[in-house]
Design a protein around this ligand. Structure first.
Ligand code: MRU
Length: 362
């Protein structure tokens, strides 16, 4: 199974996803500025993966800290976390992970130490340990999502011969530490020799579907067919898919979900063609502090991703571009939200609260 991020003992090693599918290249990240840049440029991407990456980024940012006092150290850690949080705004996992890192720092000091200097050393060790825990936890969380998701989709299989699902963008192993969210049920089905096939929307402008989803499914031996984004309606109309499964960057309290731009189109199509539209997410992507998707910050990216995204200029000079990286699918188009703690169904205000009493994460 491909792994997006690993700790080498002195650096966070990232699989450079900007180079896929042609090159499998790893980069070693040794400070918070490099991590910020890697997250911003999508060297590492996908909500759960950038959460874990940010946790390592925070440790890398303070590991050489030589503060004399805890107050100075705190200020430094806060500054590093605030900086990393500016890399990408939509995925709540990023802030969730950084809050968790700051929480570990606060918890550690409650245990006391002979001197402030020793305490700073102890906190540094704990922060690295927490980032490593998050790395391992993410794999377990994705496995659980896979189990719950497979229960849902294998029900569809009894009505059809074989099972074909459509996904948008990449919410697979390469968007997490391993397995993925939307693709986890598919890997589980494949492991259990349940015949399964995936239609992968290519996902303009940056082609995460064709470059990344198709790459990782092919590596795992799962049959995959890449389609252009504007072909999803035809595939549904022709009866070639039985369900849609996507990931998400943030789920609001009412069940509205932000995901890669174009997800909303797919959800509307699924409703029209009477197909279930499932969203797979760790509870760290749930943000009950936001009442609805209208409050989710949507990342705007550079226009060159549209005008020069395919390695050459594909639009005339001097025209306008609009490049939101995510859209929000309203809860009434979402059949169910599959998490590691179970499956939330409408009404989401109640079901999400029951799964996530603390508001987000564990
Ligand atoms: O811009 P990206 O590639 O980070 O967008 C990723 C997505 O939209 C994923 O579907 C989402 O982060 C969920 S990943 C499990």
């Amino acid at each position: 199974m491909l792994q997006t991020i690993a700790w080498t003992g002195h650096a966070a090693r990232l699989l450079d996803q900007t180079r896929l599918p042609l090159e499998t290249v790893y980069v070693d990240i040794t400070d918070e500025r490099q991590m910020w840049d890697a997250i911003k440029r999508l060297v590492i991407r996908g909500a759960p993966a950038i959460g874990v990456a940010a946790a390592f980024g925070a440790y890398l940012g303070i590991r050489h800290d030589e503060s004399d006092s805890l107050a100075e150290f705190d200020a430094h850690l806060d500054q590093v976390c605030t900086y990393l949080a500016t890399s990408r705004p939509t995925a709540v996992n990023l802030v969730w992970a950084l809050d968790r890192i700051k929480g570990v720092s606060q918890e550690t000091r409650k245990q006391g130490s002979r001197s402030e200097d020793l305490m700073v050393q102890k906190i540094k060790q704990r922060l690295l340990a927490e980032a490593l825990t998050m790395l391992e936890e993410d794999k377990q969380v994705c496995r659980k999502i896979g189990e719950h998701g497979l229960e849902l989709i294998s029900g569809l299989r009894t009505q059809h011969s074989g099972l074909s699902v459509l996904t948008h963008c990449n919410a697979g192993a390469l968007a997490t530490v391993a397995y993925g969210t939307a693709l986890a049920p598919i890997y589980f089905a494949h492991e259990q020799h349940i015949p399964i096939h995936v239609f992968a929307d290519e996902t303009r402008p940056l082609l995460q579907g064709s470059r990344i989803t198709a790459y990782e499914l092919r590596e795992a031996g799962v049959p995959v067919t890449v389609i252009c984004d504007n072909m999803a309606a035809t595939v549904m109309k022709e009866g070639k898919v039985q369900a849609v499964i996507v990931g998400t960057d943030r789920v609001a309290a009412n069940g509205d979900v932000a995901n890669k731009i174009g997800t909303l189109n797919v959800a509307i199509l699924a409703k029209y063609y009477n197909l279930p539209f499932y969203v797979a997410a760790p509870t760290s992507s749930i943000d009950l502090s936001l009442a609805s998707g209208a409050e989710i910050p949507i990342e705007q990216r550079d226009s060159s991703e549209i005008s020069n995204g395919l390695g050459r200029q594909t639009a005339p000079d001097d025209v306008n571009f609009y490049n939101p990286a995510f859209d929000v699918t309203p809860a009434d188009l979402v059949t169910a939200i599959i998490t590691e703690k179970g499956v939330a169904k409408p009404p989401y205000v109640q079901s999400l609260k029951a799964l996530c009493p603390a508001g987000t994460g564990r």
